[in-house]
Design a protein around this ligand. Structure first.
Ligand SMILES: NC(=O)C1=CN([C@@H]2O[C@H](COP(=O)(O)OP(=O)(O)OC[C@H]3O[C@@H](n4cnc5c(N)ncnc54)[C@H](O)[C@@H]3O)[C@@H](O)[C@H]2O)[C@@H](O)CC1
Ligand SMILES: Nc1ncnc2c1ncn2[C@@H]1O[C@H](COP(=O)(O)OP(=O)(O)OP(=O)(O)O)[C@@H](O)[C@H]1O
Length: 271
């Protein structure tokens, strides 16, 4: 008997394509060429989420994994793993003088890093602090100008539900809402529960289309992925444990895969 999971022909074909994007480890490559991923998140209440995300990006194979967070979170995250490069650039409102909310100043060194990053993940453990949200809004605008692939999850989805125009029509953007986040996003783009006949494909496709074709990975009993025109279902059965951090791990993994996709499209190897 085989231990291989059962897969449809469509899934096998899809995985074959994904396999083509996984870079070979050639002698000529230097450090950083096979993936530079940054996770923006990590605040007073949450230090685990950005760690799970960045470690997943590293363990899947990114050469360099960064975490961009607040100073107190940075001190904690640095003790978790020496693999991660941790930048204490973000600030919550209480960490700057009152009356001074320099979101654009705080975003500036992060924006300066963009040309050196293949993918940016935003949201794990970010929190909903006004200054943190404004800072990542400025980074998202700049990332669009750089055409940097983005993965937005957790509290970055809170930002998107309030300002959907930030990502509307941006094809290099992946949103990974859980059930609750998906419901909020749907409402934000004017799709009510009564217009959402199922919990799967149709709703996912509708919200992705309403956001101008961004890619949505809708997490739940079945994960559905859609860009508003094409939809794919994850057929593999997951575990039954619902512990916190599984979505964070997914974001870092997608971050590395998007970096690989970029390197493949740029023709880093082959030819
Ligand atoms: N170790 C850590 O630091 C962790 C931090 N986390 C962070 O915590 C912050 C808040 O995230 P939340 O996910 O709590 O916020 P949400 O606003 O998404 O969730 C709010 C509530 O919805 C509930 N919920 C989640 N999935 C549900 C489902 N399928 N059906 C019904 N109810 C459901 C949750 O239990 C929670 O009480 C984010 O910044 C996130 O990244 C989480 O990622 C978990 C791990
Ligand atoms: N009801 C469910 N049945 C089966 N699998 C589920 C269910 N809900 C979630 N999952 C699986 O768990 C993964 C993580 O989803 P979850 O809803 O926990 O995300 P999250 O809340 O964003 O995670 P995090 O705790 O990292 O913030 C999904 O990709 C999905 O495969």
């Amino acid at each position: 008997m085989s231990d291989q999971p059962k897969m449809s022909a469509a899934t096998k074909e899809l995985l074959k394509k994904v396999r083509m994007m996984v870079p070979p480890m050639l002698e000529k490559f230097h450090k950083g060429q096979l993936g530079r991923v940054a996770v923006i998140g990590g605040s007073e209440n949450y230090t685990g989420a950005p760690y799970f995300s960045a470690m997943a990006s590293a363990r899947l194979g990114a050469d360099l994994s960064h975490v961009i967070c607040t100073p107190p979170a940075a001190n904690v995250i640095k003790t978790y793993s020496p693999n991660l490069m941790v930048h204490p650039i973000m600030r919550e409102i209480g960490e700057v003088p009152a009356s001074h909310e320099p979101a654009s100043e705080l975003a500036s060194p992060i924006i300066a890093m963009l040309s050196n990053l293949h993918t940016v993940v935003i949201g794990p453990g970010l929190g909903r602090d006004k200054l943190m949200q404004a800072t990542v809004a400025a980074v998202i605008k700049a990332a669009r100008e750089h055409n940097t692939p983005l993965v937005l999850d957790a509290d970055a989805l809170w930002l998107i539900q309030n300002q959907p125009d930030l990502i509307h029509g941006y094809k290099e953007c992946v949103l990974t809402p859980n059930v609750v986040e998906f419901g909020r996003l749907a409402k934000a783009v004017g799709i009510g529960e009564d217009e959402m006949p199922d919990t799967g494909e149709a709703g996912c496709k509708k919200v992705a289309a309403a956001l101008g074709g961004v890619l949505i990975l809708r997490k739940g009993p079945v994960d559905w992925i859609s860009d508003g025109s094409i939809s794919v279902k994850c057929e593999q059965e997951g575990g039954r444990k619902r512990s916190g951090g599984q979505g964070d791990t997914l974001t870092g993994s997608i971050g590395t895969l998007l970096a690989y996709r970029r390197l493949y499209l740029e023709g880093l190897w082959g030819g």
